[in-house]
Design a protein around this ligand. Structure first.
Ligand code: MD3
Ligand code: FE
Length: 203
């Protein structure tokens, strides 16, 4: 049931389903320590997606730019540690797609409510583009946009559902991508929320 999106990108349908309860328990601990917040981009826009992180470093945005940092700017404390279950699941999904030895140091956690969206962008704040990115979708479905290496390349639409994992690496690592505004389509476990975990090796 693996669906290939590109030469280095795959959707693994339902791959995280057996781990959902454990992932949500860990997420509860993470968000008590570093709550979801809406970051303001360097251009002055408040993101509709709420965000927190775990791992050695977390992703932050402010008027000065985007970067990875060890301290959560909201709490002044280190980001929560990456739970073993998170790491194990990301590594298992990566090796399933041929990316052995994936050692993510950061997990970005996005929360979407109805209407929240992520406009087309590239992930290029990392220093190591040789490592893949692993993303885990939980809760409400979303329509993902998978573009090309140029912003002007017309994106392909790919629906992502609760429990799906996507692995992107190699020639697909720098493709433009985004998430269309979420519909109000409540999920039995997560209500009107979508949570996306994105694992990265940032350095
Ligand atoms: C495709 N998050 O946090 S999955 C992001 O669902 C982000 O929250 C989305 O894009 C979400 O930056 C999409 C993650 C993803 C990450 C890297 C990619 C998709 C990618 C790199 C190339 C192509
Ligand atoms: Fe991204």
């Amino acid at each position: 049931t693996d669906q290939q999106l590109g030469p280095g990108a795959w959707v693994l349908r339902g791959y995280a389903l057996d781990d959902v309860d454990g992932l949500l328990a860990e997420l509860g601990r993470i968000r008590r320590q570093s709550p979801f917040r809406h970051m303001v981009t360097p251009g002055g826009y408040t993101m509709s997606v709420g965000l927190t992180c775990c791992g050695t470093v977390g992703w932050t945005a402010d008027h000065k730019g985007y970067r990875y940092a060890a301290i959560d700017p909201e709490t002044g404390q280190p980001w929560p540690a990456m739970p073993h279950l998170f790491l194990a699941l990301a590594q298992q999904a990566a090796s399933h797609c041929g990316y052995a030895g994936f050692t993510p140091d950061s997990c970005l956690i996005n929360r979407y409510v109805p209407g929240a969206r992520l406009s087309l962008h590239q992930d290029k704040d990392e220093t190591d583009f040789s490592a893949p990115i692993v993303s885990v979708s939980l809760g409400m479905p979303a329509m993902f946009q998978f573009g090309g290496l140029k912003r002007s390349d017309r994106p392909e639409k790919v629906p992502l559902f609760h429990g799906d994992i996507v692995v992107w690496g190699g020639p697909d690592r720098l493709r433009y991508h985004g998430v269309l505004a979420l519909k109000d389509d409540p999920h039995p476990l997560l209500g009107a929320n979508r949570i996306n975990l994105t694992f990265r090796k940032t350095r």
